[in-house]
Write a protein that binds this ligand. Structure first.
Ligand code: FE2
Length: 292
């Protein structure tokens, strides 16, 4: 019995989909977002057929989880290349094990504990596209990461609200959070205007591209109208039926499409340390709207 067949047998009652023809298994965790991939070792080079199935699965499911990977920094960069060219930063960041590999560390008060729903760096003209995180140090419990499908959220809006949202754009920026930030010249603050409804460049699917961390206001509305409408979108995006979550174990790896989901890290583990190894795909993808 092959490993894939054995896993299929053992997991049979749980499985909702089997991806053919290469035998790895895709277990959908909720109807709209999140799939656990079983039977893939990301340390190995994948065939082009498997790589294409993994790319398609990510387009369809928003976030994929792989257990027991235990990838070194170099191996995680190599795995990142399945989904596109890995982003290599010019400069080493403190604590980074390798160029292009970051560490999300809970002892960093701001970047390490982001317990607000967001997509990464939407204040940039070309925000992050595909990102990977692998757990390398975990608290005894807690620190789950949640994802919400902004495509399901758009799809499940009423037609009149979809039509309204299709025409809107919003300003995203990074709020200064430290005294040092406030002292920076204004030009250092990153901001961008993006469509409220984003069209995915590969699938053509629409998503609600706003988030409570970076989106400041909807262009052309009065401040209270903008605030109320954004609140409506946020509450709708994070309805439980649009979300999934991972309970990390050491070596667990998540890969997600930052263009079609928001994420949230639960800050519920006190002073324990939580470290995740991160990599990104470099696509320079500027958000495109319905009317763009
Ligand atoms: Fe994030």
């Amino acid at each position: 019995m092959t490993i894939a067949n054995r896993i299929a047998h053992e997991y049979a009652p749980l499985l909702t989909q089997r991806v053919e023809p290469d035998g790895f298994l895709a277990h959908h965790l909720s109807p709209f977002i999140g799939t656990e991939v079983i039977g893939i070792d990301l340390k190995q080079t994948q065939s082009e057929a498997v790589a294409e199935q993994l790319r398609q699965l990510l387009r369809d499911r928003g976030v994929l989880f792989f257990r027991d990977q235990h990838l070194s920094a170099e191996q995680q960069l190599a795995a990142t290349a399945i989904w596109g060219p890995p982003r290599i930063n010019d400069s080493y960041r403190e604590g980074s094990p390798h160029p292009g590999v970051g560490i999300v560390d809970s002892i960093q008060e701001i970047a390490g504990r982001v317990s607000r729903w967001h997509a990464d760096v939407t204040a940039a003209q070309a925000p992050s596209t595909i990102r990977l995180l692998q757990a390398i140090e975990l608290p005894p419990h807690g620190g789950d990461t949640h994802w919400a499908s902004t495509e399901a959220a758009y799809e499940r809006l009423s037609p009149a609200l979809k039509e309204l949202a299709d025409d809107l754009t919003a300003i995203h920026n990074i709020t200064p959070v430290t005294l040092e930030d406030f002292r920076k010249p204004r030009s250092k603050f990153q901001w961008a205007e993006h469509p409220v409804v984003r069209v995915h460049p590969e699938t053509g699917r629409r998503s609600l591209f706003v988030n409570p961390r970076f989106t400041r206001e909807i262009v052309g509305l009065k401040p209270h109208e903008s605030a109320d409408l954004l609140e409506l979108f946020y509450n709708h995006i994070v309805l439980p039926e649009h979300t999934t979550r991972i309970q990390w174990r050491l070596g667990s790896l998540a890969v997600w499409d930052n263009r079609s989901s928001l994420h949230y890290a639960a800050d519920d583990y006190g002073s324990a340390r939580r470290r995740l190894q991160s990599t990104s795909v470099e696509l320079n993808d500027r958000p495109v709207g319905v009317r763009s």
